[in-house]
Design a protein around this ligand. Structure first.
Ligand code: UDP
Length: 238
């Protein structure tokens, strides 16, 4: 099975290596491609936000970002063993960009965070051409953000404004960006620069990353209230 539909949202049944191959193919093909990192919060949001649902449906690649989505996709016959999260994908994607000479642009997160990550990636991959900008999804900043992106001419753009803002921003700007691959990456820059700790591997393997996040960032409780509803709906759906 190549694809699942999790409560109506498409999920591609690909592991990390196949996801990277697909992204490489997108860059080689040119044009514009949206990569979405689908987690249970995305799925629940898409049920009540038609615009977000439309943009997810238009995505060229929908990664299973989180054990809740892998669980639901496996119930439909997907053979994935583990999630392909944005935060796990960025380091090998940066290595791929360095190897293939693809330029990369990091957009979003709090001031200084994207630049910090860009500096770390430059140290790790001296050949990598990477630029960064905090920016904001507010339309008043679009022209300035676009000018910076177009000056760097990236093939790959990572947008860290959180969902659904990042996907809606990419969709709104898609004609002007000139990038082959645009991907929303949520809080990945915060994790990769060590600003927010990630759950230990055993918790991630046990599907408990949500619990770690809840303890470290209790303000997430309202957003996470949808998770039990998500689980129940999946159990009822097939
Ligand atoms: N963010 C931003 N501009 C905004 C709203 C959010 O740069 O107007 C950033 C924020 O600093 C954080 C990320 O977007 O780095 C959101 O992370 P979160 O983990 O909440 O996103 P999710 O993975 O849940 O979509």
């Amino acid at each position: 099975m190549n694809q699942a539909r999790v409560l109506g949202v498409r999920v591609d049944c690909l592991d990390m290596e196949a996801s990277l191959d697909r992204i490489e193919q997108f860059v080689d093909a040119g044009g514009h491609h949206l990569v979405a990192t689908v987690n249970p919060e995305f799925v629940m949001r898409a049920r009540s936000d038609q615009d977000f649902a439309r943009v997810l449906e238009s995505a060229d690649l929908c990664l299973a970002d989180g054990s809740g989505v892998v669980w639901a996709a496996r119930r439909q016959g997907c053979a994935m063993r583990e999630p392909v999260t944005g935060v796990d994908l960025i380091p090998p994607l940066a290595a791929l960009c360095a190897r293939r000479g693809f330029r990369i642009f990091l957009l979003g997160a709090a001031p200084g965070v994207a630049n910090d990550l860009a500096n770390r990636l430059r140290v790790e991959h001296p050949a990598l051409e990477v630029e960064a900008h905090a920016g904001t999804p507010d339309p008043s900043a679009d022209a300035a953000t676009l000018a910076l992106i177009r000056a760097h001419k990236p093939q790959v753009l990572l947008v860290a404004y959180g969902h659904p803002k990042q996907e809606l921003w990419i969709d709104r700007m898609r004609e002007s960006l000139g990038v082959a691959v645009a991907m929303g990456v949520g809080g990945s820059f915060d994790y990769l620069t060590g600003r927010i700790p990630r759950a230990p591997t055993w918790m991630r393997r046990a599907g408990l990353e949500w619990l770690f996040r809840l303890v470290r960032q209790p303000w997430r409780v309202r957003r996470m209230a949808v998770l039990p509803i998500y689980a129940l709906r999946v159990l009822r759906s097939n």
